[in-house]
Design a protein around this ligand. Structure first.
Ligand code: NAD
Ligand code: TYD
Length: 341
């Protein structure tokens, strides 16, 4: 492994991963390939923009000739695919891009990996492919996939295509399924950046339904360490869950968030729920534990440090909040919040 194509690397997790790899492995070349959709942001990569082992190429993973050209140009031997449309609420409003990028785009990358005989194709997946998990249960890697939103279905479809390329063509693949990542550079549509920046502006926090849904909020750096481990020590053809083992109710997450900022509970608004809202995800991650990985940052610490990062980095989020995000916010929350927006 020497020349790694990080697709979707201008987004939240991809950028954190690119920064982590550029800094940890000076002998590797990290080539970020990103379409720069509304979620892609070159500010996310500023920390490494002058590093000699970092390169950026703008492009769509659905564009096969462009993908092939970049693979040839940089002698790519490994693809780590983060590129996707990633927000459940947007997938409910308009699923088309989710199918295009998630399913067709993954196919294009797999074909390229096959054609160029790459050493490894790694797919970044999600706990959402397992669907809503009842209390007392946790998902293991070979559980059936029961996605319930168009987003989750696009991710599950991609995973199945990756598995098919491994079985049919012997492509050296791995897949990782993480829980809800949080940390610096997450687009404002996701719950923690949205609620933190709203609270900083003394605006209401729109909690879907009763807020008793549970998520495994995971610090993005723990996730990056886990991907690094799977790239170096993971077994070909395998899937690895990467969780925290600690489910946190949204209402508890909000308490930590507000307390970190010293903002009042009166900002909380319960609004109309998300259709088909999964109440709970829970990952069993014994398999990656056996490779030697444990989460190092507790969910409470992860939430508080993430909230502090947004409080300290208004330069990063202010321009997003004043751009495309405004029209999305109106569509998603206008009726839910009425005149309170
Ligand atoms: P994000 O929305 O912040 O970033 C996605 C990136 O992909 C953006 O930079 C965007 O420009 C790029 N992109 C989108 N379509 C593209 C295309 N057709 N070609 C090239 N680039 C394209 O997403 P994220 O939160 O960083 O998620 C990264 C990956 O991790 C996704 O595959 C997502 O499904 C998965 N994941 C995320 C979470 C989470 O909590 N954020 C949890 C589990 C899994
Ligand atoms: P989100 O960050 O969208 O991630 P996901 O739905 O992929 O898990 O949402 C995390 C949780 O927060 C989820 O239970 C939905 C809830 N949520 C709200 O209550 N209000 C909101 O405005 C948003 C965006 C999310």
């Amino acid at each position: 492994m020497k020349n790694i194509l990080v697709t979707g690397g201008a987004g939240f997790i991809g950028a954190n991963f690119a920064i982590y790899m550029v800094q940890k492995y000076p002998a590797y070349n990290i080539i970020v390939y990103d379409k720069l959709t509304y979620a892609g942001n070159m500010d996310n990569l500023l920390e490494i923009s002058d590093e000699p082992n970092y390169h950026f190429e703008k492009g769509d993973i659905c564009d096969s000739p462009r993908v092939n050209k970049v693979i040839e140009q940089y002698k790519i031997d490994t693809i780590v695919n983060f590129a996707a449309e990633t927000h459940v609420d947007r997938s409910i409003l308009d699923p088309e891009a989710f199918v295009k990028t998630g399913v067709y785009g993954t196919y294009v990358l797999l074909e390229a990996a096959k054609q160029y005989g790459l050493e490894r194709y790694h797919q970044i997946s999600t706990d959402e492919v397992y669907g809503d998990i009842p209390e007392g249960q946790s998902s293991v890697e070979d559980d059936p996939l029961r996605p319930r939103s168009p987003y989750a279905a696009s991710k599950a479809s991609a995973d199945l295509m990756v598995q098919a390329y491994h079985v049919t063509y012997g492509l050296p693949t791995t897949i990782s399924r993480c829980s809800n990542n949080i940390g610096p550079y997450q687009y404002l549509e996701k719950v923690i950046p949205l609620f933190t920046t709203n609270a900083l502006e003394d605006k209401p926090l729109p909690v879907y339904g009763d807020g008793r849904q549970q998520r495994e909020y995971q610090h993005v750096l723990d996730h990056c360490r886990a991907i690094d481990l799977v790239l170096h020590k993971g077994a070909i053809g395998e899937i690895y869950n990467m969780g925290t083992g600690i489910e946190v109710e949204n209402m508890r997450m909000i308490e930590i968030l507000l307390d970190t900022l010293g903002k009042p509970r009166s900002l909380i608004r319960h609004v109309t729920d998300r259709p088909g809202h999964d109440r709970r995800y829970s990952l069993n991650f014994d398999k990656i534990r056996a490779l030697g990985w444990e989460p190092e940052i507790s969910p409470e610490e992860a939430i508080a440090s993430t909230v502090r990062w947004y409080a300290d980095n208004e330069w990063w989020w202010r321009k997003i909040k004043e751009g495309e995000f405004q029209s999305y916010y109106e569509v998603q929350y206008g009726a839910r919040l009425g005149s309170e927006k």
